[in-house]
Design a protein around this ligand. Structure first.
Ligand code: BES
Ligand code: MN
Ligand code: ZN
Length: 485
């Protein structure tokens, strides 16, 4: 597991500034007034901060932007980062400031003088999220990551809350970045079992159990792999006796496409095809760490889509747990087959008040929305708008897409109740439409197609390129705002 940057919170202690090494960070509002921390740094540096603030370069900055004074006289630090930040800024801008600070960190220790700024914890969250690096498989680097000390007034629970959210996002990123020879269905299940240390109830269903439940469609996807298929259930019971909210994740640890094999170029990206399950795991870790007052159940379907003598073939007909039969036209449309059974089982066993599934489901959503926004499909306007608001609030891109019976004919099969692909037109919509067949009437549901956002080819807002952890913050926010007592 990648070691996250360590962030310590403490009260402002002006006497420690002169000797601090690495970088010292100060915040100056639009009015150019220096707070106590900035004033002390300015005095030690013989007026350099005030000169910068009076310079046109400072006037040109947007709220959240940073300028660095290098090698200031009077301080042990080798840089002072001056952050322009409105005192009344929202948490989005505060996080952006944290991200901008992280970009200039370069492994140095940092002393961050948030002082009385209300958004100290959000600055720290942005900083923590953007300092992430996936180093599990790099031989150890000589330069250790310097620790961060945040000096200021923070709410007593704020530090815990920042850590809960950051750790959740990091878990998602670590899982999603992990190569498929390391993160197998078995080791994934073990990583989830280890979350019981946080107070989560964890249960692993193995192949005989899945067979007994009739999850033939999920098992069909995994039958060409040597790694056994599994469904893992995580429960957080922080609420009263109300029905749980359910989170369901696609956990294809590697997607070769199966017999309908993918082309070689770019196939290595399919190590991230368990990204939906990764987000679900991250959210559950956050909920447990911050002891959320809600009941949430998570289910992930862990399989590997490989071609071999036992693999499913195009033309095969499989019976789902629900009882509907599916004709497999393309073995690469495997995610919907995994989710069909897990969605059905989640409703059958837990009678959830609502559910969200997350899946790196289609290349079509990447063509439609790129790497900036996830596709949002829902049968319930209230739940959907709640999620879209949460995503907007958290700065995670999301865009609603349609569900509509007009797409249904594309899923008609000659021999079975439905087929697993709907052709090229509206590929992401027909995939969602397929999933809706396994949602019971009256259950509020959102399907998030995260194929474009789970892992990005260049840096995203809060993450370096690679796994982003997209969705952990939005779903945590949705649960906070909508389901906590
Ligand atoms: N895992 C892929 C979708 C994907 C594509 C995820 C790009 C991340 C980046 C999924 O299982 C898949 O192969 N979908 C097919 C469906 C098609 C065969 C109907 C696709 O999108 O091409
Ligand atoms: Mn596939
Ligand atoms: Zn897939």
């Amino acid at each position: 597991m990648t070691k996250p940057v360590s962030i310590r919170f403490q009260e402002l202690s002006l006497d420690e500034i002169a000797a601090a090494t690495g970088a010292v960070v100060v915040f100056v509002g639009e009015d150019g007034k220096l707070d106590r921390g900035a004033a002390r740094v300015n005095r030690l540096a013989r007026g350099a901060v005030a000169r910068l603030v009076e310079n046109a370069a400072f006037a040109d900055l947007n709220s959240g932007d940073v300028l660095e004074l290098a090698f200031p006289a009077g301080l042990a630090a080798d840089g002072v980062l001056v952050v322009k930040l409105d005192r009344r800024c929202g948490h989005d801008i505060a996080r952006k400031a944290g991200v901008n600070i992280a970009r200039l960190k370069r492994g140095r220790p940092m002393l961050v003088l948030t002082g009385t700024h209300r958004m100290g914890d959000e600055i720290a969250l942005g900083l923590a999220l953007r300092c992430y690096e996936f180093t599990d498989h790099k031989t150890p680097n000589a330069r250790p990551e310097g620790d961060v000390t945040v000096m200021g007034v923070t709410q007593p629970d704020a530090a815990l809350d920042v850590a809960a959210r950051a750790e959740g996002v990091f878990l998602t990123r670590d899982l999603t970045n992990a190569p498929a020879n390391i993160l197998t269905t078995q080791t994934f299940a073990e990583r989830l079992l280890a979350l019981s240390d946080l107070g989560l109830e964890v249960e692993v269903l193995d192949e005989p159990a899945l067979e007994a439940l009739g999850m033939r469609t999920l098992l069909a996807v995994g039958q060409g792999s040597d790694s056994p298929s599994k469904v893992v259930i995580l429960r957080w019971n922080g609420g009263g006796d109300e029905a749980p909210f359910a989170l369901i994740g696609k956990g294809v640890v590697f997607d070769t496409g199966g017999i309908s094999m993918k082309p070689a170029a770019g196939m290595e990206e399919m190590t991230m095809d368990m990204g939906g399950a990764g987000v679900v795991a991250g959210v559950m870790s956050t909920l447990a760490r911050r002891k959320a007052k809600a009941n949430v159940v998570a289910l992930v379907g862990l399989v590997e889509n490989m071609p071999d003598g036992k693999a499913i073939r195009p033309g095969d007909v499989i019976t789902t747990m629900k009882g509907d039969t599916v004709e497999i036209i393309n073995t690469d449309a495997e995610g919907r087959m995994v989710l069909a059974d897990v969605l059905w089982y989640a409703q059958d066993r837990f009678k959830p008040s609502g559910m969200i599934d997350l899946a790196t489901l289609t290349g079509a959503i990447v063509i439609g929305l790129g790497h900036h926004k996830a596709g949002v499909f829902s049968n319930d306007d209230a739940l959907c708008n709640g999620f879209l608001d949460a995503a907007k609030d958290e700065g995670e891109g999301a865009w609603r897409m349609p569900l509509d019976p007009v797409y249904e004919p594309q899923l008609k099969s000659r021999v079975a109740d439905l087929q697993n692909v709907g052709g090229r037109p509206a590929g992401a919509v027909t995939a969602a439409q397929f999933l809706q067949r396994f949602v019971k009437a009256g259950v509020p549901w959102i399907h998030l197609d995260i194929a474009g956002v789970a892992s990005t080819p260049s840096d995203s807002v809060y993450a370096p390129k690679g796994a982003s952890g997209w969705g952990v913050l939005s779903i945590d926010r949705l649960i906070r705002d909508r389901y906590e007592r």
